[in-house]
Write a protein that binds this ligand. Structure first.
Ligand SMILES: [Zn+2]
Length: 453
């Protein structure tokens, strides 16, 4: 992504009109405001104005009550007022001003710092003026679950990154199935499955309909609130030919792609920041600190690549139980979101949303749960074979079995299936008569029954 594609300016420079592009459109063609959208993220709220051309605008904030005023020069409205509920924006008003200017007012529920971002057209959008609102009263910081540390040992943390979100819908399939929605549902289900597994915990990188810059995704996963041991990016992309279908798994390649399809998908995914809209310090890793990144990458890449491919094989193996595979081996290409040097990272294409039958399946909650179960099983298989040191999982494996605390809704047959042991051996090991188990009960589960698919 080139820096020239975005113009980032701080607010309170209200005295002058800011022209988004040096050569404004011919004077006879007025700008048109075609729509307003809102996306709430954990730490900010994004307001997007869709316009027919690059806008000339002024933005300023006012207090008592808190509001942000956006004046668009020589602009006429052609939009329906958006339906929304937002933590930061209470309502949106708009009105025509003198000299064909048009004013949009965002009435805020709390004080917020506003930062604007001008985006050039990129499919599926035309010109966009984006205003990010960062609450200044505090209280809006995301509260991520702290890492639990039962009995002094930490759980293995799996970061689950639902691709796209907010301004970036991802691929849109037949029947208006949105990739960003499908992958969030699958990511949440993967977290539920992992949380039910002994010694493992899932952490969602994105947990709502908002955009997270590619570089921020890996930073969230590696940050102190998450400290992920494994990184999964979940997708359901489109391809040029609707006949293409099936699940596939990708790892990073620093030296070219393993196939034309892998190259094409990586290029498509790496455009995500342009569509989603990225400002300030989150401009792409490739531009900003390539030298630093390169050193880190060289140091640990060989080991990490091997681990990523092993992880990918485990997931591919268990996906084969529930889905057709597009390719039987882990593919590689230069996906920006996988450039986390020290964490085994894979990108999972759960299917191609451009295939009508697959789009229907991917939109189905029970299929989403089955795919999620297969992903979690594969990850568990990999981690049982490669438990990170000093984790609860590693010590359980040393003891030859896993302790599992029964959760509400668990059944003995599910627990047996999930851990690939027979009901009979579970009964014997835990002195169970029949299949009755209760929440809070601790079961011993033997290891080494060929998990990992
Ligand atoms: Zn995608």
């Amino acid at each position: 992504m080139s820096k020239s594609s975005t113009v980032v300016a701080n607010l309170l420079r209200s005295a002058v009109w800011i022209a988004a592009v040096a050569l404004a459109a011919p004077t006879w063609a007025a700008n048109q405001l075609n729509g307003i959208r809102l996306h709430d993220a954990p730490d900010s709220t994004r307001v997007v104005l869709d316009t027919s051309q690059a806008s000339s605008y002024k933005i300023f904030t006012m207090t008592r009550p808190h509001r942000v005023v956006i004046d668009l020069r020589d602009t006429t409205p052609a939009f329906k007022a958006p339906q929304f509920s937002s933590r930061v924006v209470e309502r949106i008003r708009s009105s025509a001003r003198r000299k064909r200017h048009y004013r949009v007012v965002l009435d805020l529920r709390q004080a917020a710092r506003a930062q604007e971002l001008v985006l050039k057209p990129i499919a599926p959008y035309g010109h966009r003026l984006v205003i990010d609102l960062f609450p200044t009263d505090g209280g809006a910081e995301p509260s991520r679950e702290p890492v639990r540390a039962p009995r002094g040992k930490r759980e293995v943390v799996v970061a689950i990154d639902a691709g796209h979100g907010g301004e970036d819908p991802g691929a849109i399939g037949a029947g208006r199935v949105y990739e960003k929605k499908v992958v969030l549902a699958i990511a949440r289900a993967v977290k539920d499955k992992l949380d039910a597994m002994p010694g493992l915990r899932g952490a969602l990188v994105r947990d709502g309909d908002y955009y997270v810059p590619l570089r921020k995704r890996t930073e969230i996963a590696r940050g102190k609130d998450v400290r992920a041991d494994v990184f999964l990016s979940i997708h359901a992309d489109a391809f040029r030919m609707p006949s293409v279908h099936g699940a596939s798994v990708f790892a990073l390649s620093e030296r070219g792609a393993s196939s034309e399809m892998a190259r094409w998908l990586a290029a498509s995914e790496n455009r995500s920041d342009l569509i989603g809209g990225v400002s300030g310090s989150w401009v792409s890793l490739d531009d900003v600190d390539a030298p630093v990144a390169q050193v880190l990458v060289d140091l640990s890449m060989d080991h990490k690549m091997e681990a990523s491919i092993e992880l990918g094989e485990a997931v591919l193996g268990s996906l084969a139980d529930v889905a057709k595979l597009h390719k039987n081996r882990v593919e590689q290409a230069g996906f920006a979101v996988l450039k986390s040097p020290d964490v085994p990272s894979i990108l999972i294409e759960t299917g191609f949303i451009s295939n009508p039958a697959e789009a229907r399946r991917l939109a189905n909650p029970s299929y989403q749960r089955r795919i999620a179960g297969a992903i979690a099983d594969g990850v568990q298989g990999y981690l049982l074979a490669n438990p990170p040191a000093d984790t609860l999982l590693a010590s359980l494996i040393d003891e030859g079995f896993v302790r599992y605390v029964i959760k509400r809704g668990d059944t003995l047959s599910e627990v047996a299936q999930r851990n690939r042991v027979s009901m009979r051996s579970l009964r014997a090991l835990n002195s169970l008569v029949g299949d009755r188990i209760r929440a809070g009960q601790v079961l011993l589960i033997p290891l080494g029954q060929g998990s990992g698919g």
